[in-house]
Ligand binder design. Sequence first.
Ligand code: AMP
Length: 178
Amino acid sequence: MDEPADSPAWAAAIRDIPDFPSPGIVFKDIAPLLADAGGFAAMLAALAAPWREAGIGAVAGIESRGFILGAALARELDAGFVPLRKPGKLPGRVLEEGYALEYGSDRLQMQADALPPGARVLLVDDVLATGGTLAAAARLLRRQGAVLAGAAVLIELHALPGRARWPSEAPLQSLLRL
Ligand code: AMP
């Protein structure tokens, strides 16, 4: 149990899975939380709370757990939803940003016409680790012409410097710092 004493009750449903998907990684498994109706609802209400008056037009979710949280959050905020995907999944003209991983690199794409110019967008993902994914997603949205309203993540891994890679002018809210 590494949750701080003031953790919400639903946080206990998140499991640590050691050495997944590779040795040395402690995977934060949110599946048991999503499977619990009351916990999912309480977590979603907390995730939405800072953004209810922020004029969010669309929520952009990062593949793949960001889709689950993002689509639910979009409904909660009465906003649209836009998927940011791994390469080769989206039809039509796409914009792409690359980012470095611990070993190798990865890319994220979005459809070029996914949002009207100037849309106020909230980025969502489950875990902020090194911050490369969220920073690439922010670059993608800005290139597309969106206004980056901020980012919401469920879990921020405080031992890693993810927050330092986030563009500082937009707020980054995390529900749990583990
Ligand atoms: P990063 O770019 O290093 O911040 O990694 C963030 C992305 O990788 C998110 O989309 C997460 O879903 C995933 N991720 C990274 N570390 C973990 C972890 N320890 N547990 C679960 N997902 C993780």
